[in-house]
Design a protein around this ligand. Structure first.
Ligand code: SAM
Ligand code: SF4
Length: 353
């Protein structure tokens, strides 16, 4: 794989036609095998770093892909584009009533992709077992603090107990390892991280802390308010002994640390330094929004409208070519740290994290 220098400007440059077959590749030689599928922009929480308190102008339902349209694109992704892993996300994917059917239909594709879910965990207690039965392989549950008052302040909803019940249900359903995703509050985040790690070690969940990115709907993100990976590590090291995990990282975004006590490994914690140590050079992702747009990056400024193609009667070859061209033009890096960085218009909840 070509290694590109980090932080290179994400300027648009002319690209020729994408290869007509083979893996889903870009001009830097990166291959996309991991597809993030946003099922809806709706959500039952209002996390401050993601959505405004009053919600957003939701996508009209006729603009969202129907289940049949989505499954056609997923079949194409798996059979023609080399996608091996599908992650359902949103918005909140658990607000989609037919999520189990989508998981089952995805599990029936050949070659069968790995199927994962990113959820806020509200309502998961009722559905973890049925999702597992439908074919879900793994789950990431977002939880930024185990303190009820801080949870309510961050998510603007008093639902901590639901999320904790959802985590237990996921573990009982055998969705192993259950991962907990945390975005830290700039003020309480150090204390939250320590308590979260204690909680995750106690219950056998794997904590992954994500640096906050400029994807909030209010565009109020400030670089100097982000708790970065170095600060998070310092805070954790006051309470835990951490050593680098010996497993090779590959294209995984999280840098993994073992939490040790003497010679015993108590568990692992991952830190995703999307802002301070971008990992764009090894990115293997493609994204599909709930309204059928392919995005080649979370921070892409351009999208490719597969829904319009689908609805105009395009055949699989035309859809495949459009998807390949969308990925071919992927920029070298997200450019967050460039002086001319411009935040994408779509917020995280409408892209799919
Ligand atoms: N609602 C689900 C959830 O929260 O897990 C799925 C969608 S959410 C957009 C996916 C992930 O993106 C969550 O782990 C969330 O914490 C993360 N996220 C949202 N806004 C973010 C931001 N501005 N920076 C970093 N991560 C963010
Ligand atoms: Fe909803 Fe997830 Fe955004 Fe929170 S991060 S508001 S749970 S979409």
């Amino acid at each position: 794989m070509t290694v590109v220098s980090l932080g290179v400007p994400s300027v648009h440059r002319p690209v020729g036609p994408a290869p007509a077959d083979g893996p889903l590749v870009d001009t830097f030689g990166r291959v996309a095998t991991d597809l993030r599928v946003s099922l809806t922009d709706l959500c039952n929480l209002r996390c401050t770093y993601c959505m405004p308190a009053e919600g957003l102008d939701w996508m009209p339902s006729d603009q969202k892909l129907h289940a049949g349209e989505l499954m056609r694109l997923l079949r194409l992704a798996v059979t023609r584009l080399g996608i091996t892993s599908v992650r359902f996300t949103g918005g909140e994917p658990l607000v989609v009533p037919h999520l189990e059917e989508l998981v089952a239909a995805t599990a029936a594709l050949r070659p069968r992709p790995e199927i994962t879910l990113t959820t806020n965990g509200v309502g998961l207690a009722r559905r973890a077992a049925t999702l597992r039965e439908a074919g879900l392989d793994r789950i990431n549950v977002s939880l930024d603090t185990v303190d009820a008052a801080r949870f309510a302040a961050i998510t603007r909803r008093d639902r901590l107990d639901d999320v904790l019940a959802g985590l237990r249900a996921a573990k009982d359903a055998g969705l192993h390892p259950v991962k907990v995703n945390a975005v830290l509050d700039p003020v309480s985040g150090r204390a939250d991280a320590v308590e979260l790690l204690r909680f995750c070690l106690e219950h056998g969940y794997q904590l992954r802390i994500i640096e906050q990115m400029p994807l909030d709907a209010g565009h109020s993100w400030q670089r100097d308010r982000v708790l970065d990976a170095a600060e998070i590590l310092t805070a954790l090291r006051r309470h835990f002994t951490l050593q680098p995990d010996p497993q090779p990282r590959g294209s995984a975004p999280a840098q993994l640390w073992q939490v040790v006590e003497g010679t015993r490994v108590l568990g692992r914690v991952g830190i995703i330094a999307s802002v301070s140590q971008a990992f764009c050079a090894s990115c293997d992702r493609s994204r599909l929004t709930a309204d059928g747009q392919v995005r080649n990056c979370l921070f892409a400024r351009d999208e490719t409208d597969l829904r319009a193609l689908l609805r105009s009667g395009a055949d699989d070859a035309a859809l495949e070519a459009a998807w390949r061209q969308a990925m071919w033009s992927k920029a070298a890096g997200h450019g967050i740290n460039d002086p001319d960085f411009v935040q994408p218009t779509r917020p995280m909840s409408a892209i799919g994290g």
